[in-house]
Write a protein that binds this ligand. Structure first.
Ligand SMILES: NC(=O)C1=CN([C@@H]2O[C@H](COP(=O)(O)OP(=O)(O)OC[C@H]3O[C@@H](n4cnc5c(N)ncnc54)[C@H](OP(=O)(O)O)[C@@H]3O)[C@@H](O)[C@H]2O)C=CC1
Ligand SMILES: Nc1nc2c(ncn2[C@@H]2O[C@H](COP(=O)(O)O)[C@@H](O)[C@H]2O)c(=O)[nH]1
Length: 320
């Protein structure tokens, strides 16, 4: 299979049919709601917290809260609902998580969205959790990841997932490919294309997005939404303090499977790094919107669907 990634694909323009980019619509329907942009801050401790989740929901952006303070999740769902906002949380697959699903049901705190978030989502134990959630709280829109093959997408969709999340190892804080030899790191975009052959439900492209143009490329190869970690980390609203180094400002960004997150040196597949401090996330979202509007214009359409059909070229070598 010829593989490629974000850096060696270029989309080809079609005739423009709009007078202004402001005419284009970058909104996306995902599950029960429609959102202003097809992007999601990664469900990582250095990317999203309760305050940012509230801000995102209030401004009609999608978010997925991380699962690293499991005891706070029930209260989080209740707080969001008390504010009239949607709740979107993550769960794992350990035995205690079944009790947590029972708790949600018992308290009538049914999140609009749940994401099963494990490194290797193509697993009997993930399928068991999908069936449990779908049986107990069937109205929740269930996202399942992470996957990297069409077989996985087919089996996880058939088990009951409403959407899948694609990407094993392409993330900036990821060391999975070095530690295990497995994954989609280095060919994430073509893995997405490959998975799209099996997908009948929405896919989230997760990991490896570095530039706003990568959003259009992800949609071209089958994604409905894009999950973004390092690019969304480092903002005023991002969790964590500003760190100064050699006169420059940064914030910390660490992998969810890093020793920092896990508190142990066992089964580490992530690292910790500093990302430049970037100002307000609102400005980044606005720039993403404008760039995506330009992408739609180049695609010769008026909304995100236009990006699905454009031609593309694969570059042999790139000058960067
Ligand atoms: N997108 C990606 O490429 C990756 C993402 N991550 C992120 O790191 C976080 C922690 O993930 P994860 O380690 O799955 O979480 P957990 O340890 O909470 O859950 C994984 C469960 O599956 C078992 N397991 C079996 N095989 C594997 C495997 N190959 N990798 C991991 N677990 C396995 C684990 O048991 P045991 O520990 O005893 O083996 C554990 O019970 C998540 O947020 C995840 O999204 C992590 C790595 C890659
Ligand atoms: N292999 C690992 N992947 C991880 C880890 N922590 C998070 N992630 C994945 O990365 C993306 C974000 O990628 P980015 O390129 O946008 O920064 C995130 O959504 C996870 O899927 C980890 O420790 N190891």
């Amino acid at each position: 299979m010829r593989t490629f990634d974000y850096h060696n694909v270029q989309l080809l323009p079609e005739k423009c049919i709009i007078k202004s980019r402001s005419e284009t619509d970058v909104s996306v329907k995902f599950g029960p709601k429609t959102f202003r942009l097809p992007v999601i801050p990664a469900n990582m401790e250095t990317v999203i917290d309760e305050n940012l989740a509230v801000w995102m929901a209030e401004h009609d952006y999608f978010y997925i809260m991380h699962r690293f303070y499991p005891e706070k999740r029930l209260q989080f769902v209740q707080n969001m609902h008390d504010k009239g906002l949607f709740a979107s949380i993550s769960v794992g697959i350990k035995d205690t998580e079944y009790k947590f699903i029972d708790q949600l049901k018992l308290h009538h705190a049914i999140p609009e969205y749940i994401t099963i978030d494990v490194a290797h989502g193509h697993s009997d134990y993930v399928i068991k959790m999908i069936k449990y959630i779908k049986n107990k709280i069937p109205t929740t829109f269930l996202i399942v990841g992470n996957l990297g093959t069409p077989d996985a997408v087919r089996e996880i969709e058939n088990a009951g997932a409403d959407a899948t999340k694609i990407g094993i190892g392409p993330g900036k804080a990821c060391i999975t490919k070095y530690k295990t030899g497995f994954g989609t790191g280095g060919w994430q975009l073509s893995a997405l294309k490959w998975c799209s052959k099996a997908a009948t439900k929405p896919m989230i492209a997760d990991g490896g997005i570095r530039n706003n143009g990568d959003l259009a490329k992800s949609i071209r190869f089958g994604a409905t939404m894009m999950m973004i970690g390092s690019v969304f980390a480092g903002h005023v609203e991002s969790p964590g303090k500003i760190v100064e180094k050699n006169g420059k400002k940064y914030k910390q960004y660490w992998g969810s499977a890093s020793s920092k997150q896990k508190g142990t040196h066992h089964n580490v597949e992530g690292r910790q790094l500093l990302v430049p401090f970037k100002g307000s996330i609102n400005d980044t979202l606005l720039e993403m919107k404008e760039d995506l509007q330009s992408s739609i214009s180049y695609a010769g359409g008026k909304d995100l669907r236009a990006l699905r059909k454009v031609n593309y070229v694969l570059l042999d070598s790139i000058d960067e």
